[in-house]
Design a protein around this ligand. Structure first.
Ligand code: HEC
Length: 97
């Protein structure tokens, strides 16, 4: 059984590693935006799963650059710090179907 387990891990490593990373990244967002992005963050944000992907990406980059947001933008600026462009795209694909 142990060798079977190792084989399965090797075969699926490529895709599951990327997916697990994104799911882990989204963990910290879920507290405010809901497990599926279905909640308004602290009652202030849009429902992020219903945003067009382009708007989601633009707002995330906007928070990084300091040029986007409402009354609670400081909070989101702290959340997006350190995310790469690839992280943001992966999050968009993870949240928005
Ligand atoms: C502590 C609660 C909290 C966490 C954690 C959090 N957010 Fe937010 N999010 C908010 C709030 C509040 C706003 C509205 C901020 C404002 O006034 O601009 C917001 C806004 C947004 C917006 C823009 C929506 C709009 O209304 O324009 C996006 C996209 C977003 N968050 C995605 C994320 C992602 C992705 C993560 C994880 C990396 C995350 N958030 C983590 C609370 C949170």
């Amino acid at each position: 059984m142990k060798s079977l387990h190792v084989m399965v891990v090797v075969v699926f490593f490529g895709t599951t590693a990327a997916m697990a990373d994104t799911a882990a990244l989204y963990q910290k967002c879920a507290a405010c935006h809901g497990a599926q992005g279905e909640k308004s963050g602290l009652g202030k944000s849009k429902i992020i799963k219903d945003m067009p992907k382009a708007d989601f990406i633009a707002s995330m980059k906007g928070y990084q650059g300091g040029g986007y947001g409402g009354a609670m933008k400081n909070l989101m600026e702290a959340q997006v710090k350190g995310l790469s462009e690839a992280d943001i795209t992966a999050l968009a694909d993870h949240i928005i179907k």
